[in-house]
Design a protein around this ligand. Structure first.
Ligand code: AKG
Ligand code: FE2
Length: 327
């Protein structure tokens, strides 16, 4: 298996991160002030304000004095006899009593750990990053407008959601893979949320399920666009409407099933920006004008909160789905 780094992160305030696979870089948009952010805010954006009962009551620097187990790997690396047996017993105990533990003298060098921590911070400081995210927001809003206008329906129904849309920015890194035919970079999926803007490096890999088969989409970075008498070089982005879009439009605009394949020679990077409805209580329901006898309502309305809970059920409490109810 190639070591695909696939960050999946929910950029709610501050960027709580959930990783589906090992993640190399997780970047959320700078909606909140952080010590190393160039953007400082005095209030939290409305779209991140949680209902009172959902707000955390334990502060970030409020710690409990717990006797969390610390596993020391030094004796093992030093080749001490019986070290492994001791560690096995400690880990066994920690797993059943705590479900987690700290590890010291783990052999991962400090400089490397520090780089992993600091390099992303440099990225967030870049002006280009802030400019990029606001451009992406503008582009998303423009496309919301275009899509809604195309449906020929009144836009107020969508505005409650699109106006509050936040962003989820994700980088996918696909290293070259010695046996690309035996594996896949990103399994078939549809994106959730409203709209995805995807930009890929000039290396193929994205495939979309079209007319009953997987179709490779040619990367078109630096394509030329004729605009009045001028030819301008433009970088290409792809826009897909995703699951909430499908629900809002009663399946008139739904995101495509897609996947990413890997290759043996060149690394590939893609970054996607999905628009997210962050108001947990907003009910996502099809526009009434798009539901009629010929197009009966396809989906049960849900709130963003319910949707996230269902998603988390699968991501974090997956085993609950397989737990015997009679046990
Ligand atoms: O890498 C790609 O081309 C696809 C990425 C993707 O589907 C995603 O990030 O959801
Ligand atoms: Fe995707």
């Amino acid at each position: 298996m190639p070591d695909i780094h696939r960050p999946r992160l929910h950029s709610n305030a501050g960027g709580a991160i959930t990783c589906e696979h090992s993640s190399l870089q997780n970047f959320s948009e700078p909606e909140m002030a952080t010590p190393w952010s160039t953007v400082q805010f005095s209030t939290v954006s409305e779209k991140f304000v949680l209902p009172e009962h959902q707000r955390p009551t334990v502060k970030h620097d409020e710690y409990r004095d717990l006797d969390i187990p610390v596993i020391d790997l030094a004796p093992y690396f030093e080749g001490q006899r019986a070290a492994l047996q001791t560690i096995i017993a400690q880990v066994k105990d920690s797993c059943s009593n705590w479900k987690f533990f700290h590890v010291v003298n783990h052999g991962v060098d400090e400089a490397r750990l520090s780089r992993i921590e600091h390099q992303p911070q440099q990225f967030f400081k870049l002006d280009s990053y802030n400019e990029y995210t606001s451009k992406m927001q503008e582009l998303s809003e423009l496309f919301f407008h275009i899509i809604i206008t195309g449906l020929g329906v009144d836009s107020t129904h969508f505005e409650r959601i699109t106006k509050n849309a936040g962003g989820l920015f994700r980088w996918n890194y696909y290293p070259p893979c010695p046996e690309p035919h035996k594996t896949i970079g990103l399994k078939p999926h549809t994106d959730f949320n409203l709209l995805t803007i995807l930009h890929t490096s000039n290396v193929g890999g994205l495939q979309i399920w079209l007319e009953g088969k997987w179709s490779g989409i040619r990367p078109r970075c630096q394509s030329s666009l004729k605009l009045q008498h001028e030819t301008i070089k433009c970088s290409w982005v792809q826009i897909t409407v995703t699951i909430h879009g499908g629900l809002l439009t009663n399946a008139r605009c739904e995101g495509p099933l897609h996947r990413a394949v890997v290759n043996a020679t060149v690394p590939r990077i893609s970054h996607s920006r999905t628009s997210t409805c962050h108001v947990p209580t907003t009910v996502i329901v099809a526009h009434p004008a798009l539901v009629n006898e010929n197009n009966p309502s396809k989906y049960i309305p849900f709130t963003f909160d319910a949707y996230m809970k269902a998603k988390q059920m699968q991501l974090f409490n997956t085993l609950e789905l397989f737990t015997r109810k009679d046990s």
